[in-house]
Design a protein around this ligand. Structure first.
Ligand code: NDP
Length: 326
């Protein structure tokens, strides 16, 4: 067994958090030989439910789980964290504008960025799941000047997983036979699920894809899949979101060979995306870090889709500018 690593999860008693913590504790995220100290963080109102989650974790007797703690103080919860998964965020209330949601969540993520900066391991890997995830990652990073921006990523893996399955269903193949599906941009309805480079059974399939299906069924379905799940389940996706977070962190940490994985990472200016927007791009994960896949050809349709989601991220950034210290 390896020396234990410390994993902090915010919103640990929420829908996604509840799904996530058991999978982390069972070793699905960091591997079956990696002992874990788990730090669960909630709001003061969430602490009672969190005590129940902690009891359940204890009752699982997970061999890899060395300790589990619960707190509503981020300074305590993030102490020495090697991994921090930021799930907790304010849901949109009735009559609430997108701008209000951005502002109230940005406050939460500014505070969490400051806490991570102060108390987390200098090597901490942060994954932002709580929405608006990309802009929350930007706010957290801006408030954590001693942590390298690339240690902070936001989740687009659920969107990628959704896109892979929809393509596999269309092509009557196994999900494992689908490669190189890309999610560009914001985790929102402007995201661009791109099949320009996709392979099925090792073969480039763009020329075989029906254009009408691609533009009018596939793309909108991925963009609005969250709403489709809410409509059917009466609650937002939780198991699949937690699964996306596990996939993201596992591949980032343990490596994923030559798989193309979409992650929202701080832009380095490539593909005409403004530096320091957390924009989803295809990456390779050789283990412990990511590398952007650069210089892919971008056709006119893709360029227009990528531009639309870039503009939305700029608008979001401008709405939280007051929380971005210089
Ligand atoms: P969920 O666990 O369902 O959702 C948490 C966050 O994840 C939301 O921002 C949500 O965005 C986002 N999310 C939901 N579905 C997806 C998806 N499919 N893909 C990507 N992101 C997704 O919410 P709950 O209300 O059940 O739980 C939130 C918990 O966080 C509560 O227990 C609350 O007390 C806690 N909280 C903790 C904080 C802290 O630790 N400091 C701060 C604020 C809240 P969306 O709203 O768009 O669905």
């Amino acid at each position: 067994l390896l020396p234990p690593l410390r994993v902090a999860v915010t919103g640990a008693a929420g829908q996604i958090g509840y799904q996530l913590v058991t999978r982390i504790a069972s070793g699905e995220m960091l591997g079956k030989n990696q002992p874990i100290h788990l730090s669960c963080i909630e709001t003061p109102q969430g602490m009672k439910a969190l005590r129940g989650v902690v009891m359940e974790l204890e009752d699982c007797a997970f061999p890899l789980l060395k300790s589990v703690s619960a707190t509503d103080q981020v300074d305590k919860g993030f102490a020495d964290a090697d991994f921090a998964i930021l799930v907790g965020a304010k849901p949109r209330g009735p009559g609430m504008e997108r701008r209000d949601l951005l502002a109230s969540n940005a406050q939460i993520f500014a505070e969490q960025g400051r806490a991570l900066n102060k108390v987390a391991s200098r090597e901490v890997r942060v994954l932002v799941v709580g929405n608006p995830a990309n802009t929350n990652a930007l706010v957290a990073a801006a408030n954590a000047p001693d942590i390298w921006a690339e240690q902070i990523t936001a989740m687009s893996r659920l969107d990628q997983n959704r896109a892979i399955t929809q393509l596999a269903l269309k092509m009557h193949c196994d999900v494992a036979e689908v490669e190189r599906v890309i999610i560009w941009g914001n985790h929102s309805t402007t995201q661009y699920p791109d099949l320009s480079h996709a392979l099925v059974r090792g073969e480039w399939i763009r020329p075989r894809i029906d254009e009408d299906w691609y533009r009018n069924e596939f793309i909108p379905r991925i963009q609005k899949r969250g709403a489709e799940v809410i409509e059917a389940r009466g609650a937002s996706s939780a198991a699949s979101a937690a699964n996306g977070a596990i996939d993201h962190m596992r591949d980032l940490w343990l490596g994923a060979g030559n798989k193309w994985l979409s992650m929202s990472v701080p832009s380095d200016g490539s593909y005409g995306i403004d530096a320091c927007l957390w924009y989803s791009v295809p990456c390779l994960c050789p283990g412990a870090h990511f590398r952007r896949i650069l210089e892919l050809p971008v056709d006119e349709f893709s360029a227009s889709m990528m531009e639309r989601t870039r503009k939305e991220l700029i608008e979001e950034r401008d709405a939280v500018r007051h929380l971005l210290p210089r």
